[in-house]
Design a protein around this ligand. Structure first.
Ligand SMILES: Nc1ncnc2c1ncn2[C@@H]1O[C@H](COP(=O)(O)OP(=O)(O)OP(=O)(O)O)[C@@H](O)[C@H]1O
Length: 235
């Protein structure tokens, strides 16, 4: 099958600083990729480089056969990249329902279907964005990206800073979206044990370079690698 995403020799960063040090990355349609690595290894920078908000020094990025390399970020979004940054971009003065209907574009991911994935949002549809908890805001941010009907969803640490019970609920919703519904996605996450069970592929970054690429299930079972790259103590 042709790759949905093809990144070749990508070097990118901020100003003169090169953070992503020559990354090759591919993802087939219908797959989800866990992007792992210790703090400061360039996970967010790589994700931001796909949507085009960093400085590119070298390399190419193609989505579904379309070369995105020279495109501005809004044109990459129009080409099919749905981006949920760490800041959870939502309209705080609009209701949940308005947040979704304001941005929805035609496609399989309707507002109704987003509510099926995130039942808590359906309950909160009349609440304003600023009346939602952090976890609910994150659910709304993901749902907003979905109803844009992207070809590829980018989630940057969606579970960060959330209470454990909300982490489980959000993770279950993300699993429904990527594993059961086959939405192609790249998910940045610190904790491999949370994200590897719900993704099909895994990439580990170290100092801006890919040090491992493989099946998520394989990495989850590999204590030595988890410990070496991610310092996950396993007992
Ligand atoms: N806006 C920026 N300007 C300059 N340098 C930055 C900027 N954002 C990040 N960096 C630097 O780039 C490097 C990689 O940061 P990045 O946020 O991509 O790592 P990360 O793997 O996502 O880490 P974390 O898990 O802590 O979010 C770090 O050294 C960081 O200081």
């Amino acid at each position: 099958m042709a790759d949905l995403l093809a990144v070749r020799g990508l070097k990118s960063g901020y100003g003169q600083a090169v953070v992503v040090q020559g990354v090759d990355l591919t993802l087939e349609a219908g797959h989800s990729l866990a992007l792992l690595g210790r703090n400061g290894t360039g996970k967010t920078t790589l994700l931001n480089s796909l949507i085009g908000v960093t400085r590119r020094h070298a390399g190419t990025i193609a989505l579904d056969g379309v070369d995105l390399t020279a495109l501005a970020s809004h044109r990459r979004a129009a080409a099919g990249i749905g981006w949920v940054p760490q800041e959870r971009n939502i309209f705080k003065s609009l209701t949940v329902d308005e947040n979704l209907t304001a941005v929805a574009r035609p496609g399989p991911w309707t507002v109704q279907r987003a509510y099926e994935m995130f039942p808590r949002l359906a309950e909160r549809r009349a609440n304003l964005g600023n009346q939602l908890s952090g976890g609910e805001q994150q659910m709304l941010a993901v749902a907003r990206a979905l109803v844009l009907n992207p070809k590829l969803l980018l989630l940057d640490e969606p579970l960060e800073g959330l209470a454990p019970i909300i982490v489980q609920e959000l993770l279950a919703s993300i699993a429904r979206v990527v594993r059961d519904e086959g939405m192609s996605a790249i998910i940045v996450e610190q904790n491999p044990r949370l994200i590897l069970p719900i993704t099909s592929r895994a990439v580990v970054l170290d100092r801006g370079a890919v040090v491992h690429e493989g099946a998520s299930a394989e990495l989850l079972a590999d204590r030595e690698r988890l410990d070496r790259w991610l310092a996950v103590a396993q007992h």
